[in-house]
Design a protein around this ligand. Structure first.
Ligand SMILES: [Fe+2]
Length: 161
């Protein structure tokens, strides 16, 4: 996809986020399965509804800018999924499982937050409608909350080891 305008970039990044959220539906299921403790498992399986809601908000953004929702695959997301596969294959002890699962979860939220930060800046530059910013901000707030939740668990796993 040739990038020539700010609008091109906005659409590409939005498509990337849209694709990432679809991958996350499976990713969180895999992380929940790979986790040892019930708490960590629940943390990831509980995110499914949020992710579906986030996908709907991204679709609302596409609609607000008059574009068809289109997923844009990215090597960033492929890398994260490959990292997850490698970890799940290699991990041998239960105590390492939760730590690794939480690390991959936080990486994922940080990717989402970074793309959302970028989209919000681009939306402001492009003077897009309020609806665009409201939806993107709602997704960013949820991603930030999810990140804090995972960091809390991460800290707890670390101190109870
Ligand atoms: Fe998300």
């Amino acid at each position: 996809m040739a990038l020539e305008t700010t609008r091109d970039l906005f659409e590409r990044e939005l498509g990337k986020l849209y694709h990432a959220e679809h991958e996350i539906l499976d990713l969180h299921g895999d992380l929940a399965e790979a986790a040892t403790s019930e708490d960590v498992r629940d943390l990831f399986s509980g995110h499914r509804e949020d992710t579906i809601e986030q996908i709907h908000r991204i679709e609302a953004v596409f609609e607000a800018i008059g574009a068809e929702p289109e997923q844009h695959g990215s090597s960033l997301m492929e890398g994260l999924l490959a990292e997850k596969d490698e970890f799940v294959t290699d991990v041998r002890t239960d105590e390492l499982r939760d730590i690794g699962v939480l690390r991959i979860g936080t990486l994922n939220e940080r990717i989402e937050i970074t793309i959302l930060d970028e989209l919000l800046l681009l939306a402001a530059d492009l003077d897009l409608s309020e609806e665009v910013a409201v939806n993107l901000e709602a997704n960013r707030t949820e991603a930030n909350d999810a990140l804090s939740g995972m960091q809390m668990f991460f800290e707890r796993e670390r101190t109870t080891r």
